[in-house]
Design a protein around this ligand. Structure first.
Ligand SMILES: Nc1nc2c(c(=O)[nH]1)N[C@H]1C(S)=C(S)[C@@H](COP(=O)(O)O)O[C@H]1N2
Ligand SMILES: [Mo]
Length: 413
């Protein structure tokens, strides 16, 4: 086997975020276990890896040496197989550039836009370290903390992922005609944190279903599993996939929210029925309430647009020309149009969309605004190539996939 630099700190260790320590939460050993992305302060389309957001539902596992890593492919296949990284890399590869967005990103806008109150901020982040410490201790936040805390923002980033289409790997094993889904399992284990679920529904007055200690898993419907851009990735942003982002190999499902992007893959089980994965049947569902009989697992993201410039905290602005700038993306294809309103939604104007427009990536857009003294509400909304206009996703009790139009409110002097 060729000698490669895959045993560095990056892959085998758990390095600190080189920057942005404020936006990271660490465990008792100082290892990063969660993080937000400083979306307001970044340029270009690809998020630097150590500025990428980090979310984990269970415990972060110890790193596995890439040469020792094996992926088991079993279930409704002609030939169950086990494959290592070296053999995976012999298959025809693929690189995909895509937005990763946590389903809970911007959840607070559901409340803000229906009830008012505190607007979620992308400038003033919640204390990730406090959350991480509570997580390590298994502490449950108080009702007051939970109900005043629904401001998850900046759980979104975009990267370049290199690997091999999942379809190629499944071809090696040979799908049986009865195949319906692929259960992707990570080697991380743990007990789903009740605090995560309380925060999601916005109250501790919620019956949390405790499955005990589980592996993280998701049952990917076959059509998505066989899409050529659904890949098993060992590379990210031009380097080996780092441990905290799911190395040696993770699943990348462009267009579908972050929870589908299973990290630390160890097993693919082809199933003939939808598997009852906890993070699909109990958490990451869309429904009106926990006992809504029609609740559905969440899949593709809606249509998203955020204003990165200006934000409320930039007030007061000087009168004169300002470039209103932001990012837009969609779970179902390219962004076709972005419109900006500088009068609280009464009138809308087309923004300039910067090239390139890639299918799974976000775009940057801008609109030149001649700001006059006074108070102004700036809004931006996107349309994707499927003709979907914001918002697409109805309010739901776990407040997932919020794609509602979040305004900037500024004063101009
Ligand atoms: N094995 C495993 N994969 C996982 C998770 C997890 O807890 N375990 N969390 C998911 C969620 S909810 C999100 S938003 C993304 C976050 O990926 P990132 O930390 O690389 O940004 O990973 C997903 N994949
Ligand atoms: Mo997530």
């Amino acid at each position: 086997m060729p000698k490669r630099e895959i045993e560095g700190d990056w892959v085998m260790g758990w390095p600190d975020r080189k920057r942005l320590s404020l936006m990271a939460g660490k465990d008792a050993d100082g290892r990063v276990i969660n993080g937000r992305s400083p979306v307001l302060d970044l340029e270009g389309l690809i998020t630097p890896t150590d500025a990428y957001y980090i979310v984990n539902q269970l415990e972060v596992p110890e790193p596995v040496y890439p040469d020792d890593w094996r992926l088991v492919i079993s279930g409704a296949v002609e030939r169950p197989i086990e494959i290592g990284l070296e053999d995976l890399r012999k298959l025809p590869g693929r690189t995909v550039r895509a937005v990763t967005e946590c389903a809970g990103n911007d959840a607070g806008f559901f409340d803000y836009l229906t009830k008012g109150g505190k607007k979620p901020s992308r400038r003033n982040q919640q204390d990730m370290q406090k959350r991480a410490e509570m997580r390590v201790k298994g502490a449950v936040p108080s009702e007051a903390e939970v109900s005043s805390e629904s401001t998850t923002t900046c759980a979104v980033s975009a990267g370049e992922f290199t690997g091999v289409p999942l379809a190629e790997v499944l071809k090696l094993a040979g799908l049986k005609p009865s195949a319906l889904a692929v259960r992707a399992e990570g080697f991380d284990t743990g007990r789903p944190d009740p605090a995560v679920q309380f925060r999601s529904v916005g109250t501790t007055d919620y019956t949390y279903v405790d499955p005990g200690v589980i592996n993280y898993d998701k049952g990917l419907p076959l059509a998505k599993a066989l899409h050529p851009d659904t890949i098993l990735a060992w590379g990210m942003n031009g380097e080996y996939l780092s441990h905290i982002h799911g190395g040696p190999v993770r699943l990348v499902t462009p267009g579908w929210s972050g929870n589908w992007w299973v990290k630390w893959l160890q097993k693919l089980e082809v199933t003939e029925q939808m598997p009852p994965c906890y993070h699909q049947t109990h958490y990451f569902v869309l429904g009106k309430s926990a006992d809504d009989p029609d609740k559905m697992p969440i899949t593709a993201m809606g249509v998203r647009c955020i204003i990165t410039d200006p934000v409320d905290e930039d007030s007061p602005l000087d009168a004169g020309d300002h470039a209103v700038r932001g990012l837009a993306w969609s779970g179902e294809g390219m962004i076709a149009r972005v419109e900006v309103s500088v009068d609280g939604g009464n009138t809308w104007n087309d923004a300039h969309i910067e090239e390139p427009r890639e299918r799974w990536l976000w775009v940057r857009w801008s609109y030149l605004w001649e700001a006059k003294p006074g108070t102004h509400r700036i809004m931006a909304r996107a349309t994707d190539e499927k003709g979907r206009v914001q918002p697409q996703i109805p309010w739901n009790f776990q407040r997932k996939l919020c794609d509602w139009i979040g305004p900037t409110d500024v004063t101009v002097k």
